[in-house]
Design a protein around this ligand. Structure first.
Ligand code: UDP
Ligand code: MG
Length: 324
């Protein structure tokens, strides 16, 4: 959906799921910055089916902050789907996406906007040049993630660029037009290959509240990233099969020699090891295949990855479905 001529210059899309603790802090820091830009803007808060007082606080904030727009999803759809909902709804000529927890400092927004305007680039990535506030576990898994993605897909995704970025209208329209579900935006956007720049920033501590990203969601994101961008795991399965075949030849040769030399033993241990080993490799290969088949299944079903319950810009909207 191209931005209507009346759209603001900047949309700030913020997904939030049970962020009651951090919301007042976010507004206190974000508002002076966007007010000081001197351009028309909207802040699109995507309430990702929060079950705490986030919607109440948002409604209260909106009364004294007309540029705040609330888009509520009917059910929790997840971080990436919530951002996708925001991108589909945002009207700005430029769209910035950032997390609600102030780990992405909003002070960088003016710099991103300036670079986009002066250098004419389509994407300005926020790159975390200091993650010392993240836990060692988060840093380690993140490093593994970006390393793995680069190795598997040879992608040009900037190291340590999360979902804090500015996108031009053309980029947002391009992302919105992609049909895939379960998209991982931090990979989809670099894959477009549009002209880009980067701004370094220091990753701060979550200002309040708990992380909404348990290990299970991190694993899901990693699997979606790999299967969405690379066929390498399928090739890995093929290579495993080839190696298994070679090993089988070796064992066959050994068995024949043992038979000829009359050394054939009852062979329980070797049989069990081979059966268990081959079984494990087969299951692994099936599992890898299953991930891709699952993605195709989801793509065929084409179910929306989120449902909009309410958009404060369209007070009458009662529950339109929107596709990711
Ligand atoms: N979030 C969301 N839906 C979810 C999980 C998270 O909208 O199902 C939002 C969350 O409110 C936050 C952002 O996504 O604004 C990033 O989540 P979080 O900060 O908890 O992740 P972490 O920084 O710990 O990886
Ligand atoms: Mg966070």
């Amino acid at each position: 959906m191209p931005a209507p001529a009346s759209g603001p210059t900047l949309s700030v899309v913020i997904p939030m799921f049970n962020e009651e603790a951090v919301l007042p802090l976010l507004v206190a820091r974000l508002r002076p910055i966007v007010d000081g830009l001197g351009t028309a803007y909207e802040v699109v808060a995507i309430d990702d089916g929060s079950c705490d007082t986030t919607p109440v606080i948002l409604e209260r904030l909106r009364r004294e902050w007309p540029q705040l727009r609330i888009v509520r999803l009917r059910a929790n759809a997840g971080h990436q789907a919530a951002i996708s909902a925001g991108l589909a709804r945002a009207r700005g000529s430029f769209v910035v996406t950032l997390d609600a927890d102030l780990q992405d400092p909003p002070e960088v927004i003016p710099e991103m906007l300036q670079i986009a305007r002066e250098d004419g680039v389509d994407v300005v990535y926020g790159v975390r040049n200091d993650r010392s506030t993240d836990t060692a576990f988060k840093r380690g898994t993140a490093r593994l993630f970006y390393w793995g993605i680069r190795r598997l897909g040879a992608l040009d995704a900037p190291q340590d660029a999360g979902d804090y970025r500015l996108m031009s209208r053309a980029t947002v329209d391009a992302v919105n037009s992609l049909p895939e579900t379960n998209r991982v935006l931090r990979l989809v956007v670099p894959a477009l290959g549009f002209p880009s720049a980067a701004v370094g920033y220091t990753r701060e501590l979550r200002a309040a509240g708990q992380t909404k990203y348990p290990l299970s969601k991190m694993v899901r994101l990693a699997v979606d990233s790999v299967t969405g961008f690379s066929l390498a795991p399928l090739r890995f399965a093929t290579w495993l099969g080839l190696l298994g075949g070679l090993a089988a030849f070796g064992v066959l040769f050994y068995a024949l020699v043992a038979r000829l030399l009359d050394h054939a033993l009852p062979g329980w241990t070797s049989t069990v090891v081979i059966v268990a080993g081959v079984g494990a490799v087969q299951l692994l290969a099936l599992g890898i295949l299953g991930e891709y088949v699952g993605r195709m299944y989801a793509a065929l079903q084409a179910r929306p990855s989120y449902f909009i319950a309410h958009d404060s810009l369209e007070p009458s909207s009662g529950g339109s479905a929107a596709r990711d």
